[in-house]
Write a protein that binds this ligand. Sequence first.
Ligand SMILES: Nc1ncnc2c1ncn2[C@@H]1O[C@H](COP(=O)(O)OP(=O)(O)OP(=O)(O)O)[C@@H](O)[C@H]1O
Ligand SMILES: [Mg+2]
Length: 382
Amino acid sequence: KKAKEFEFDKLSTLPEDEVEYARLQRLYAINEKFYTLLLEKKTEYSISEAGNVSLHEILEKSLPPTSPVSPSKKLVVISAFMVALFVSFGLVLVRYILHNDINSLNEITKMTNASISVLGIVPRYKKEIPVSQLLVDKNPKSLIAEAFRSIRTNLQFISNEPGSKLMAVTSTISGEGKTFVAINLAGIIAYSDKKVIILDLDMRKPKIHLGFNVPNLKGMSTLLIGKDQVEDCIQHSSLENLHFITAGPIPPNPSELIISKKMDEILAHLKTQYDVIVIDNPPVGLVTDGINIIQKADYPIYIFRAEYSKRNFIQNVDRLFNENGIKRLSIVLNGVDVQRKAYGYNYGYGYGYGYGYGYGYGYYDDLKKDDDRSVVKKIFTN
Ligand SMILES: Nc1ncnc2c1ncn2[C@@H]1O[C@H](COP(=O)(O)OP(=O)(O)OP(=O)(O)O)[C@@H](O)[C@H]1O
Ligand SMILES: [Mg+2]
C-alpha cells in the first residue's frame, strides 16, 4: 500500500517537473548560445591580434641612472689639473724667455773671456740708499764692509807691484753702482793705511759730491781747463786717509777734457801724493769717455748689478778686453741679495746693519733709478 502511495505522489508531480525541465532546458540553450558567441568572438580577436605584429622590440628595460649625467666630477678634476699644468708651464716658459738679468757671478764668468778675473760680490744693502755714500766706516763688521775687504785683498792678485796705483771703475749703464763701489772700495783701502783719493770723472752725472754732501763748485772740470789748482780742489772725507775731488760744474765737452794732456799731468801729480787713485767713470756702454782712463788703470774694474744688469752687457767686457786691450779688467757683481739661497753665497753671518743716515732727500733727480724696473718683471720675480 505504501509503495502505491509513493508512486502516486510521484506521478502526480510529473507534469510540473516536466514544465520546469522544459524551462531550464530553454534557459540552458540560451546561455549555451551566448557562450558560444563569446568564445567565437574571443577567437576572432586573438586571430586578428596575432596577425598585427609590432615593429618595435624591447631589448632591455631602461633603468634610472644612479649618478648625475652632468657635470662629471672626474672630467672637471682632470681638466682643471690639465689647465693648471699648462698655465704653470706657460708661466715658467714666459719667465724663462723674459729672464734676461744677471743674477750670479757664474752667469758672468760663463759668458765672458775665461781670463777676466772676478774680484767678488758686493751685497745689496737692505735699506734704500738714496745716493751712493761711504758705508764701510759706519759698521766695519757688516757684510758690505767684509765684501769690500775681500775685494781689496783680491786686488793684490791683479797687481802687487810697489808704487801708487790707478783704479778706474766703470759699468755699462747708469745705476749699476760705480759710484757706490768707488767710494766704498776707496774707503776700505784707506782703512788699510793707504792714502786714497777719489776723482769724479763722471762729468755728465756727477755724484761724488752728493755722496760726501759737499758743494761742487770746483773740481775735475775746472782743474782740466786750468782754472783751479789741484790742491785747491782736494776735499777731505770723514776718514783721515780718504780724500776726493768732485766733478766740478758740468762742462760741454767732457770727452775732450778727459783725454787732454792736463789729465795725465793731474794723475802724475796725484800719484806722487797718494797710494791709490780711484776714478769714478761714466758708463762705457753709453759713452766712450771712460775708456781712455780705463786703459791706463792698474785696476780697471767693471761693475754689474745683480737683477739689474742685462746679460748682453757682458759683451762689453769682452770688447774692452779684446778690442781695447784692457787685459787687467776685473769684475765686481754689485747689489747681490745674499739672503736668497739661489745665489749660493751663504755667508752664515748674523750681522746687523745699524747705519744711520743724516742725508736730506729731494735734490737728486734720479733718486728712484733703482726702482726703474718694469711691472712685468716685478710680477715674474719673487
Ligand atoms: N750694493 C748696494 N746696495 C744698495 N744700494 C746700492 C748698492 N749699490 C748701489 N746702490 C744704490 O743704487 C743707486 C745707484 O748707484 P750708483 O749711483 O753708485 O750707480 P752708478 O753706476 O754710479 O750710476 P751713474 O752712472 O748714474 O753714476 C744709488 O742710489 C746707490 O746708493
Ligand atoms: Mg756714478
